[in-house]
Write a protein that binds this ligand. Structure first.
Ligand SMILES: Nc1ncnc2c1ncn2[C@@H]1O[C@H](COP(=O)(O)OP(=O)(O)OP(=O)(O)O)[C@@H](O)[C@H]1O
Ligand SMILES: [Mg+2]
Length: 179
């Protein structure tokens, strides 16, 4: 008889208060630190929310020393890092999700690659299921960030990230999980 599939429980989302640009970069760095293999992340939030800022922190933590350009016009910005490929997407200017297929989407979402996707809702129906949803909201002078796992791999990462954030005594302040 076939064994029942074990589905790991989804973690509760993490909510963080991120007061400034530096803290947003630190959060990106913590995410990078918690990432062990391939990872796909939906970076959600309105214009100027801080999606590229978080990506910059992520890239710097993985050793990228050059500039981090917003791929608003190029759609995809590739990075060849010591630990493998990272692709930064900004889908804001897509007219239709099917344009992603013409850009060879499948080649980027390969096992082991890290894909960080700004404006993922513009790729609905064409983008594969992503591991993590990072949702950024304006909050006073800073931002409020919700991080939710959307695959078992994402769950593992959220667990590692939670532990990292609780250990570090930086400007991020984890608060109680919410619905
Ligand atoms: N936590 C924060 N608190 C206050 N300002 C922030 C924070 N994070 C980022 N910023 C500022 O917000 C501005 C816009 O950031 P960023 O370009 O990262 O936004 P974005 O979400 O990528 O926007 P877009 O949708 O246009 O690509 C920058 O000037 C950055 O310094
Ligand atoms: Mg951006």
């Amino acid at each position: 008889m076939a064994k029942p599939l074990l589905i790991p429980p989804q973690n509760a989302p993490i909510r963080l208060t991120i007061p400034d640009e530096g803290a947003m970069e630190s959060l990106g760095a913590s995410l990078a630190q918690a990432t062990t293999g391939g990872l796909t992340v939906a970076l959600c939030g309105t214009l100027g929310a801080g999606k590229t800022t978080l990506t910059r922190g992520f890239l710097r933590a993985l050793g990228h020393t050059g500039t981090v350009k917003s791929p608003t016009f190029t759609v995809i910005e590739p990075y060849d890092l010591a630990r493998g490929a990272l692709y930064h997407f900004d889908l804001y200017r897509l007219n239709d999700p099917t344009e992603l297929e013409l850009l060879g989407l499948r080649d980027y979402f390969s096992p082991g690659a890290i894909c960080l996707v700004e404006w993922p809702e513009r790729g609905d129906g064409v983008l594969p299921a992503l591991d993590l949803r990072v949702e950024i909201h304006y909050c006073d002078q800073g931002r409020s960030v919700d991080i939710q796992a959307t695959t078992p791999q994402g769950s593992n990462l959220v667990e590692t990230l939670s532990a990292l954030l609780h250990k570090s005594n930086d400007t991020t302040q984890p608060s109680t999980p919410h619905n």
